[in-house]
Design a protein around this ligand. Structure first.
Ligand code: AMP
Length: 427
């Protein structure tokens, strides 16, 4: 075979390397702990879905659908999409599997890769990992407060301090209609100063003008009418109650009337947690209420609220604040065969220890004791189990504590109980 050009990972994707993967695991575990304490259950949905699911729910005028969705036909010509977000699949599954039956409330969480044909840059990838929760079955502002509290616990539980919670209400469809009209009237005066995307947004999705990142559009948006002045009585009452619950829970927040969220299905509460340590002030997570989506996708009228955040951005924020990610996994015991003739005995001791739940490395390639010992030190193990000719002949194993420079010899058939005890103390 002739040598071929190296194949690289697709643009905007990356490998989670072995010396980094524990960070992902740490955050996923923390997320699952918070989910358990709020009594959420995991729902795992496919990575690809019918493209229509997203087109109908996220909205075909949004950036995600218009520009960013990985859409393809399978061999039978079905139009599929790699999921760009997690809420629509959860709602699809909730309806399809009739999860509502017998449960007035469903509290669900997910955690996995999402795909968007975004412009790759720091904190923005084409495959990224999102965790999220959905609180389905209630329109009560207590649920909004709980979802926000969950988000805040997750951030503070990871040790983060440099973040800010921003909340808004984007009202219901009635308030939105009035507000959209006010926005169109305002922005139409400046059409020629808007970027080409915003010129289209005026017609299709005027609220999206408020979160355009182009400096000129941004400064025009600063003086645009505020959504909060267009909330009807019920939406205003909902927002007031949410704020009062957050105050009672001692959750710090600011009201930012410019949070509109990029997806069509939101109504009333919208919120984001912003990383204030970065100049770009990127969103660590975002969420909102979507009271009409379930009915819109063919289910019964069921209000709901949820949130989702990206793991990559959390890792970057934690690294910036020098926060720990737990320990990188390492073996408890490193087994050394002091002599080439004892390699098989070393393998058997290794197998026995592993079968009893200990984390054990067995050096296969290096034959000299010194090389094996150096490898044991490098592995971070607390103990080495040494098996040489002498140990083989007396059916014993020498255990060396690498932290204390102590060593003792034990009977081979006692080794599991002894090492279980010793390793427990070191955990
Ligand atoms: P969204 O569904 O757009 O509201 O995104 C929710 C969260 O997912 C954001 O706050 C980010 O933390 C994360 N996120 C969204 N898009 C990307 C991306 N392209 N790369 C990495 N993280 C992302």
């Amino acid at each position: 075979m002739s040598k071929q050009k190296m194949i690289k990972a697709p643009r905007g994707t990356y490998d989670i390397l072995p010396d980094q993967s524990y960070k992902w695991a740490w955050i996923s575990d923390k997320f699952k702990q918070v989910a358990a304490s709020f009594n959420y259950l995991e729902l795992v949905t496919p990575i690809f879905e019918s493209a229509q699911l997203f087109e109908r729910s996220v909205g075909d005028q949004t950036d995600i659908i218009e520009k960013e969705m990985y859409k393809f036909k399978d061999r039978k010509g079905r139009l599929l999409a790699l999921r760009p977000e997690g809420t629509a699949p959860v709602v699809r599954s909730y309806i399809e599997n009739n999860l509502r039956a017998g449960n007035s409330i469903s509290k669900l969480f997910y955690n996995g890769p999402m795909f968007r044909y975004d412009r790759p840059q720091k904190g923005r990838y084409r495959q990224f990992y999102q965790y999220g929760i959905e609180y389905i079955g209630t329109a009560d502002p207590f649920a909004d407060a709980e979802v926000i509290l969950f988000s805040d616990y997750l951030m503070s539980g990871l040790g983060l301090e440099k973040y800010r919670l921003e909340i808004n209400s984007i009202g219901c469809s009635l308030c939105s209609e009035q507000y959209n009209k006010a926005l169109v009237t305002y922005f139409q005066r400046y059409t020629d100063q808007l970027c080409s995307d915003c010129q289209k947004r005026i017609k299709n999705n005027p609220k999206r003008l408020l979160d355009c990142k182009v400096p000129n559009c941004k400064s025009l948006a600063d003086n645009a009418p505020s959504m909060l002045d267009y909330l009807d009585e019920k939406c205003q009452e909902h927002f007031e109650q949410l704020k009062s619950h957050l105050d009672s829970l001692d959750v710090d927040y600011i009201v930012n009337p410019k949070i509109v969220r990029g997806l069509d299905y939101y109504n009333r509460t919208a919120f984001e947690i912003i990383d204030i340590a970065t100049e770009a002030q990127t969103a660590l997570l975002g969420g909102g209420r979507y009271d009409n989506l379930i009915e819109f996708l063919g289910g019964k009228d069921t209000p709901a609220i949820g949130m989702a955040g990206g793991i990559e951005r959390l890792i970057a924020a934690m690294e910036k604040e020098n926060l720990p990610f737990g320990e990188q996994p390492k073996p408890d015991i490193y087994v050394i065969n002091n002599d080439i003739s004892t390699k098989k005995e070393a393998m058997l001791v290794t197998a026995k220890l592993r079968k009893n739940g200990l984390k054990v490395e067995f050096e296969i390639e290096k034959n000299s004791f010194n090389k094996q010992f150096k490898a044991a030190l490098k592995s971070g193990a607390n103990f080495t189990a040494i098996i040489g000719e002498d140990e083989k002949n007396t059916d014993t194993v020498t255990i060396k504590n690498l932290r204390k420079e102590e060593q003792s010899r034990y009977k081979n058939d006692e080794i599991v109980a002894i090492m279980n005890e010793k390793c427990k103390k070191h955990r």
